[in-house]
Write a protein that binds this ligand. Sequence first.
Ligand code: HEC
Length: 97
Amino acid sequence: MAPIVDGVSHGVAGHRRCREMARTLLVQAATVMFAGAAALALQVQTRQPQAAQPDTSAVTPERVELGRAIFHGQGTCFACHGQKLEGSQIAPTLMPP
Ligand code: HEC
């Protein structure tokens, strides 16, 4: 009788140990996933300030007007890029994406 009881109790204990191992593995997997997501978020955060920002300090309304005059006048840009920067069969649009 004793060996059978022993066998049963061992089986239960083994099963419990197996479940504990599975739980540990699951926690570890979740930790790795969380760490990965955190690392990715960090990367995105550190990449954003590195993106070169154009220096717009010299852009004044006068200069914008001057550029517009050149675009529609002497520069003849409008001929290919369109009156409203819409582009044509020759040239691409100059509108921001
Ligand atoms: C004879 C036709 C023509 C005229 C005039 C012209 N362009 Fe263009 N432009 C083009 C073509 C064609 C391209 C595309 C070139 C390429 O992709 O290699 C282009 C590309 C550009 C681009 C890049 C667009 C992009 O999204 O990559 C800018 C900016 C631009 N032109 C500005 C101007 C300005 C400013 C003028 C006037 C000073 C002007 N163009 C006059 C034909 C013209």
